[in-house]
Each structure stands twice: as structure tokens, then as C-alpha cells.
Ligand binder design. Structure first.
Ligand code: AMP
Ligand code: MG
Length: 476
């Protein structure tokens, strides 16, 4: 037996995706042969959540599957096929071009953890890519998943971050890496699109059955299961994007192949948490026309759901799907409104909506730091006022005091923000100096974003002018 599995305590291991028909995937071992694997970080909290023995991290043999080695029985590793619309255009067949699904663990609370290696080498779906992931993007994804999870936002997470010892070529040679990514499922809108747009519609009910059986078991016996399923995807997507907007998260590449069927944040690439508030912020340097700018995210969520509705026609009448889509904007607005009121500590009345919207306007005009603004609003009035041009926020504060509900602000406004400059600092120190120290410091903050760690104030600052110039793109 694989020594990884000796650390699977109460959990059960399976790969139920591998029981779908062959057309859904290619079963294969990892093409990557990491010449010099090095464990940069292990997420012991996630290991515990998964029902794994945390001692796993001390056993080099047990860790091998996490960089693609020792994937023999009972693992059943595979790359799945999907398609998608990228930047609004049908992109045809894509698929796991550098990811390998190695199976699912189920912990004793029956939670499912789909385990996927990202950066594990070439697959039949690699197209012109090399099947590799670079360290900088892997660290960004590794940190982002955990941070979003701590903020209470549905997301994939990652169990381990390894460098492989390979050089990977992008604009220049970079260290290669592999993460063991974990989510309830990695199924995307694009999995459904694939079969619809390739005229293999008979596989759509099979995929839907699979998704319902494992992830929406309550719908199993519903006479309107396809409708109910789509309504849930619409709701989860609307609410996910409301959460993104409320924390100033910009995904950067909201292509349909990056949209989770379970409403999780997936595929962290050139994402960014906004520094100063700018609704037109474009975090992805490759997004020339701002299709995925911050303010566009809600509308793109709807666009992507329309594509999904189209692909679901073999199981769901398009007119019925369109009716369900009409609920999207209300679901989004209600959730966003509720979250923004919580961020401000406003009581939940119709008239208080205007207040947070007016605050955003002031923040936009004066380029106020998005996260610090809400943090100070509830923690320190003087610091809050000092963010703005002298007295310009006074009349807003006067109105605010009429509605202020004095909510308990714990676990609402994070003090630590996973800003690009912070990530860049950890990347540079590792790549240039071989030091993981900043990553470990940041990890402590990631795990406790709402509490102020006394000795780590350095990482709490907004970026300097120089740091604002850091740009991230699709290259990863
Ligand atoms: P992304 O933009 O990362 O969501 O990737 C879009 C598609 O390209 C997916 O099918 C990925 O698997 C694939 N892809 C991205 N980078 C690589 C790479 N370096 N090698 C192979 N496939 C890749
Ligand atoms: Mg992707």
C-alpha cells in the first residue's frame, strides 16, 4: 500500500470520477519526474480537516504522491477533459493540461476532498503548454486558497507546495513547482460545455447524475432535479461573486473553464485584492479590454451561467433555464448588500444601502485603500477620517451614525490582506535568497487574517508607489 494512505486515518479514499465513461478523462501517471523535490510548505490545518495524520509531513515517502510519484494502486490518477469560452470566445477543447486528479478523500464528517496535482506534467490536453507550473504562480495559488477559506469564501485550498528542481521557461527560466490542490470538486462549467459543443450530448445527463449523486444528494429524488440543480448553481455563483466584491477580490480570468459547478473560487492566476478602490481595476495584465475588471465580475458571472444554461439543454429546457437566470441579479444584489452592510456595521434597512454606496464613491474619488477603510471604520474613527482629505468624510459620518448598528466587527473586516506586494515579497525571498521565512510569516497572518499579529505589522501596509507597479498576467 502507498505509504501516503497509511496516514489516511479515519478518511476513506476513492476516485469516483474514474468510474465515469472513458470519454471523460485519460487515466495516466504523472509525466513530471521531479529531479529534486523540495517541500516548501505543508498545510497541516488542511491535512487535519481532511482526516489525515499531520505526521504525514515528516515522512518523505508518504509525500511522494503529492509531487506525482508512487501513484500506483489504489490511486487512479487521471486528467479530465473540458472545454470553455475564454475572454468571451469559444476556445474549443481544453482540459487538465497540467493537472492530475488523484482521487478523493472523505473525512469522518463525510466531507469530500478532491485531490489534484497542479503542475504534474504533460497530459493529452496540454495543447502547446509544457504541463508545468512555475513557483511564483504556485505560491500565489497556495496562499490565496487558504486566505479565502479563512475569510469564509468558498474556494479550493492546497495541501502542499513543492518545488520540483526543474527549470521552467516562461519569459525567462523559473523554478518549477507543483501543488496538491484540494476542493470538494474541480468540475467546471466547461465540463458540461465540452459534451454539448462537441455533439456528444448523451454524456450530459451522465455528468449531471454524477454531480448530483456526489455533491447535491438532496436533489437525487426530486422530480425537477435539473431545474433545482441549475437554480443552485445560479445561487452559489451569484453569492460567490458577491463575496468577491465585498472583499475587493478580482479573479482576473473568469473564463467558463475556470468557473466551478459548485460555486467555489477556482484557478487562481493573475488575481488580486484591490489596494485603493477603483471599480475599473483590471488585475490581469493580459486582459487588454478589461473584460474581467472588478466591476464587470457580477455581469460576467451571469454571462457564464448563460453559456452553462445553453450547454444544459439536453437536460433542461432553455426557457426554464432563462427563467431561473432571472433570479441571478436579485440573488447577487441581496447578498452583496448584506455583506457590505456587515463590512460597515450598518443595520439592515433599505435606506442604509445608499450609505455604503456613497462611501464607495468617496473612496473611488480619493483613491482610498479598500481594506483599511472598512477596518478603520469599525476600529478607529480618527484613523478612518485621516484616510480622507480633511473633513471630506464628516458629513458621511454624520449620516452613518444614524444607522450605525455597532455590529461585532470580529471576523468581518480582515486586518491582513493578501496583497500582491506581500506575495511578491515571499516569492522574491525564496527565489533570490532561498528563504521561506516571509512565507511562514505570511502564513501565520493568512491563518488569522482578523487578528493583528504584533510583530508582523510590516505585512499589513498598503503598497508603496513602487510596489503598486507589480503586475501579474496569464503567464504561469
Ligand atoms: P488557465 O488559463 O490556467 O485556466 O488554463 C487554460 C487551459 O490551458 C487549461 O486547459 C490548462 O490546463 C491549460 N494550461 C495552462 N497552462 C498550461 C501549461 N503550462 N501546460 C499545459 N497546459 C496548460
Ligand atoms: Mg484554468
Amino acid at each position: 500500500m502507498s505509504s501516503f494512505l497509511t496516514y489516511v486515518q479515519k478518511a476513506k479514499f476513492d476516485n469516483h470520477f474514474s468510474r465515469l465513461p472513458d470519454i471523460f478523462y485519460t487515466k495516466m501517471m504523472a509525466e513530471l519526474k521531479a529531479p529534486k523535490p523540495y517541500l516548501v510548505h505543508f498545510n497541516s490545518q488542511l491535512a487535519e480537516d481532511m482526516g489525515l495524520d499531520p505526521n504525514l509531513a515528516q515522512d518523505p515517502d508518504a509525500l511522494k504522491p503529492l509531487y506525482g510519484q508512487n501513484l500506483e494502486d489504489p490511486f487512479c490518477s487521471l486528467a479530465s477533459v473540458y472545454s470553455g469560452h475564454q475572454f468571451g470566445v469559444w476556445a474549443g477543447q481544453l482540459g487538465d493540461g497540467r493537472a492530475l486528479l488523484i482521487g478523493q478523500l472523505r473525512n469522518d464528517s463525510n466531507q469530500i476532498f478532491d485531490l489534484q496535482l497542479k503542475g504534474a506534467g504533460l497530459t493529452p490536453y496540454s495543447r502547446r503548454g509544457d504541463g508545468r507550473a512555475v513557483f511564483r504562480s504556485s505560491l500565489r495559488e497556495y496562499c490565496a486558497g487558504e486566505y479565502m477559506h479563512q475569510l469564509g469564501i468558498p474556494t479550493s485550498r492546497a495541501l502542499s507546495l513543492f518545488t520540483t528542481g526543474e527549470k521552467v521557461f516562461r519569459e525567462e527560466a523559473e523554478p518549477g513547482a507543483v501543488i496538491a490542490r484540494v476542493a470538494e470538486s474541480h468540475i467546471r462549467f466547461g465540463h458540461f460545455e465540452h459534451f454539448f459543443f462537441h455533439e456528444q450530448e448523451k454524456f450530459i445527463p451522465i455528468l449531471l447524475d454524477y454531480v448530483i449523486e456526489h455533491f447535491f444528494p438532496d436533489l437525487k429524488n426530486s422530480p425537477t432535479r435539473s431545474e433545482d440543480f441549475f437554480a443552485l448553481v445560479v445561487k452559489r455563483t451569484a453569492e460567490l461573486i458577491a463575496h468577491w466584491q465585498s472583499v475587493g477580490f478580482c479573479h482576473g480570468v473568469m473564463n467558463t473553464d475556470n468557473m466551478s459547478i459548485l460555486g467555489l473560487t477556482l484557478d487562481y492566476g493573475p488575481y488580486g485584492f484591490m489596494d485603493h478602490f477603483n471599480p475599473h481595476h483590471i488585475c490581469n495584465h493580459s486582459d487588454d479590454y478589461g473584460r474581467y475588471s472588478f466591476a464587470q465580475q457580477p455581469v460576467i458571472g451571469l454571462w457564464n451561467l448563460q453559456v452553462l444554461a445553453y450547454a444544459l439543454q439536453p437536460v433542461l429546457d432553455f426557457d426554464t433555464a432563462k427563467k431561473i437566470l432571472e433570479s441571478y441579479s436579485t440573488l447577487f444584489s441581496n447578498c452583496y448588500d448584506r455583506l457590505m452592510k456587515r463590512r460597515c456595521g450598518l443595520s439592515d434597512t433599505a435606506s442604509s444601502t445608499e450609505l455604503w454606496k456613497d462611501l464607495l464613491l468617496l473612496m473611488q474619488q480619493q483613491k482610498i485603500d479598500y481594506s483599511l477603510c472598512f477596518y478603520y471604520l469599525q476600529k478607529d474613527r480618527d484613523q478612518f477620517s485621516n484616510l480622507f482629505v480633511s473633513r471630506s468624510v464628516d458629513s458621511w459620518l454624520k449620516r452613518y451614525d444614524e444607522y450605525y448598528a455597532s455590529y461585532e466587527s470580529n471576523a468581518i473586516n480582515p486586518h491582513f490582506v493578501l496583497r500582491n506586494w506581500v506575495l511578491e515579497h515571499a516569492i522574491r525571498d525564496f527565489e533570490d535568497e532561498g528563504s521561506s521565512a516571509p512565507l511562514y510569516s505570511i502564513w501565520d497572518l493568512i491563518k488569522n487574517p482578523f487578528t493583528v499579529a504584533k510583530d508582523k505589522e510590516y505585512f499589513l501596509k498598503p503598497p508603496t508607489l513602487e510596489q503598486q507597479k507589480i503586475c501579474v498576467s496569464c503567464s504561469s
